[in-house]
Design a protein around this ligand. Sequence first.
Ligand code: ZN
Length: 236
Amino acid sequence: MSLDRRAFVAGWLPWFFHKPAETLSGVEFRVLRYAHSPRRYLVIHGDEDTARDVLTTYMFDHDGVAYVVTGKKREVVIQGLTIDPNRMFSREGAERSLKSLNPSANPEQLVTALNYLDHERGKLLDHLVPRKRSRLFALHNNRDYSVNDELAASDQTSIKQPTQPRNFFLCTDPSDFEVLRQSPYNVVLQSKPDPDDGSLSRLSARRGFRYINLECAIGEYAAQLERVHWLDDHLP
Ligand SMILES: [Zn+2]
């Protein structure tokens, strides 16, 4: 069984079983898929190697569809302009990210990139939005960011590991928070769609799909994998 799964993930089965890569909104993702599952997984920042390694390992023997960005940098280039890919989920958020990362871009370039993202967003979301009330689970790594930066913006918090503030869950669905708060880990709930910064968490709050983000300090592979297992063992 495990050999079959490995073969599947490695792409040795005929091409029509799955596409091993997808370019969505101008960003290339590796697609790891096992079984017909409505669950979706995501690594969107290319410089978050621990999250990429954890998710790639995890998908060898768990059901779901995972999208893993193939680039190695945090930012991506869209129509010649740099953007944080976790700010492209609304026009408003994308515009702010494009302006701050491309201070010398002219208005036409900005409009071209924003129109392109508007045009591509539907296809991107067709891939990422989970089916059947399932969930999208995104893995991130941080270098100078922690749960303390999110406390004021959160509706509810459960900080069981105050000495590990860089490792925490952020969820958008109150019933997921009720489950995650039973864990031994840090978790915050942010269920409001505003302020719209163009991130997936705000989009999920607006659209009403379940989204969970797991932040861990870069390099803490075992800690991140352990939390991914906890979530999948406890959350429907
Ligand atoms: Zn990230």
